[in-house]
Design a protein around this ligand. Structure first.
Ligand code: AR6
Length: 231
């Protein structure tokens, strides 16, 4: 009878095997670039169930468009696992499209521990938020609010009460926050992406014409907010 521990040990072994195969935990040039860096999760592709192939195209197009227009900044797409499908799709497409690997990277790690656990300095992090900008609910939203402490909730309420799909709001992180002190994060940008999950508000009923537009708007609002706080 396999125990829970055996299961965990096996998963850790598998992750390590995968890690060895890939050589490291990132693609792109992680060190030697001191540009302000925005770390962001793939918006809408987990709890909000947005199609991964379409999302990866939008991430690449939006990043490429942004990096053409704005110098001296860097973008890092982050996900928790080496097995992340969205990270592999984006990596493949980034290579095909010839994105500058010193300015666009993919990184495996917890977005709340990028510096302390991964050595990646990101002054600004994005959150895949809900429309009420509430803590909890799971995914990256729960992780960020938990790691940042109550000060993030208070600072968020001062900036905005709700968010429309496709928009973003940048919140300066009070220096009392553990995320500021431990990770060097100065701003959290909440982004609301399109929702393809019938159990969640603003469900788009699989309308990918609307969904893709909202996802593009979400990334462009996110990247514009990043320039306004980092440049
Ligand atoms: N660090 C890095 N990436 C993460 C982390 C983390 N700690 N946690 C999750 N991800 P999701 P959505 C990745 O579901 O689809 C929330 O409950 C995850 O693997 O967080 O936009 C909100 O309150 C995936 O690649 O966001 C909303 O109601 C990506 O982050 C709703 O979910 C986004 O997954 C938003 O759904």
């Amino acid at each position: 009878q396999p125990s829970i521990m055996t299961f965990f040990k096996k998963s850790a072994r598998e992750e390590n095997k995968q890690k060895e195969k890939e050589g490291n935990n990132s693609s792109g040039n992680v060190s030697g670039n001191e540009f302000p860096t925005l770390a962001f999760p793939s918006i809408s592709t987990s709890d909000f169930q947005f199609d991964l192939d379409k999302a990866s195209d939008i991430i690449i197009e939006s990043a490429q468009d942004f990096l053409k227009r704005v110098d001296n900044v860097r973008l890092a797409l982050v996900d928790l696992s080496y097995k992340s499908r969205i990270l592999s799709l984006v990596r493949e497409k980034a290579v095909k499209k010839g994105i500058d690997s010193s300015r666009f990277i993919t990184f495996v790690g917890d977005i709340t521990q990028l510096y302390s656990k991964g050595g990646l300095r990101c002054t600004v992090i994005a959150n895949a938020a809900n429309w009420r900008l509430r803590p909890g609910g799971g995914g990256v939203n729960a992780a960020i609010f938990k790691a940042a402490g109550e000060v993030l909730e208070v600072a968020t309420k001062e900036r905005a009460g709700t968010l429309n799909p496709g928009s973003a709001v940048a919140v300066p992180l009070p220096s009392a926050s553990p995320l500021y002190q431990r990770e060097g994060v100065t701003h959290v940008i909440h982004v609301l992406g399109p929702n393809m999950n019938p159990q969640r508000p603003n469900y788009l009923e699989n309308d990918y014409t609307k969904g893709c537009k909202i996802l593009r708007d979400a990334y462009s609002s996110l990247f514009e907010s990043f320039t306004s706080v980092a440049c």
